[in-house]
Write a protein that binds this ligand. Structure first.
Ligand SMILES: NC(=O)C1=CN([C@@H]2O[C@H](COP(=O)(O)OP(=O)(O)OC[C@H]3O[C@@H](n4cnc5c(N)ncnc54)[C@H](O)[C@@H]3O)[C@@H](O)[C@H]2O)C=CC1
Ligand SMILES: O=C(O)[C@@H]1CCC=N1
Length: 263
């Protein structure tokens, strides 16, 4: 029997599978993924060496089943999958908006888990929020956490913080990529080759993130330390404030929370 199944094999499933296999906690043959098209499953098999199928029922037989389809598909995919689960199946949702209570009702399963991962899982740098349902045993929780910790960091949170966690870590990589693109555009405008500009901008983001995590300093203090008196950086800070940078980011994250609540 497969240890981990994926219903859906899109961007997030592929990021998780890549992260799990890089860490080696399970062999490729212990993972099975289903998707709607032959091209998708062929590509996943070729890239990861995992088992693949067009039949969701096959993937439902795994011990831990990730629901990796869009939230709008959850209802129909769970209805199709439910007859194929066993009472021991651990069902893992990675979608915003679908509560543990809803998942349990829809699937008929007692063992349900909510995660909100992010695509940096693909390089072992994921940040995943975890809510383990009450029907899960300590062993189920350990297994899920072993899987999740193989592709980055994780924290257990109360379920009511799931939308906040999704905004801060699930969606936010998209905005960071936009910022990296914009930062590189400026460097390109000044004559730097494009590939080099992405390296500089991306490494600056990696380094700034590590500073927040490891220095113990407030982000504002770290920002202040970059701004030499009468220097160049403070001119950029003035410009970002005039353009509503921080407010734009906050509003964008609140928009994701509003959307999650509507799903
Ligand atoms: N992309 C991201 O950064 C993140 C995504 N998520 C969640 O992951 C889930 C999937 O999102 P993405 O991977 O971005 O979407 P995607 O569109 O890349 O992948 C969806 C996959 O589902 C498959 N699919 C569609 N209908 C199906 C069906 N009836 N049966 C089996 N497979 C079917 C598609 O073939 C595709 O492989 C969503 O619930 C999303 O909220 C969570 C965190 C981050
Ligand atoms: O866009 C989405 O809905 C998913 C959830 C978090 C990131 N991507």
């Amino acid at each position: 029997m497969h240890k981990i199944g994926f219903l859906g094999c899109g961007n997030m499933a592929r990021a998780i599978i890549g992260g799990i296999l890089a860490k080696g906690i399970v062999a490729p043959g212990e993972i099975i993924a289903s998707a709607r098209t032959q091209a998708t499953i062929d590509a996943a098999h070729e890239r990861f060496g995992i088992d693949v199928t067009l039949d969701n029922a096959e993937a439902c037989k795994a011990s831990v089943v990730f629901l990796a389809v869009k939230p709008q598909m959850y209802e129909s995919v769970i209805a199709e999958a439910a007859p194929h689960f066993s009472s021991e199946t651990v069902l893992v949702s990675i979608a915003p908006g679908k509560t543990l209570a809803w998942l349990s009702d829809a699937s008929g399963l007692a063992k349900v888990v909510r995660l909100m991962p992010n695509t940096p899982a693909a390089v072992g740098e994921g940040m995943t929020s975890v809510v383990i349902g009450k029907g899960c045993s300590a062993e189920d929780a350990d297994l899920v956490l072993e899987i999740v910790d193989s592709f980055g960091k994780s924290e257990r949170i109360p379920e009511h913080l799931m939308d906040a966690a999704s905004a801060a870590a699930g969606c936010s990589p998209a905005y960071v990529y936009m910022m990296i693109e914009a930062m590189a555009d400026a460097a390109v405008l000044e004559g730097m080759p494009r590939a080099q500009a992405y390296r500089f901008a991306a490494q600056a983001v990696v380094g700034a993130g590590k500073m927040v995590l490891e220095s113990g300093q407030h982000p504002g203090a770290l920002k202040d330390a970059v701004c030499s008196p009468g220097g160049t950086t403070i001119e950029g800070v003035r410009t970002l404030e005039a353009c509503g940078f921080r407010s734009s980011v906050t509003e964008a994250l609140i928009a994701t929370v509003d959307k999650a609540r509507s799903l």
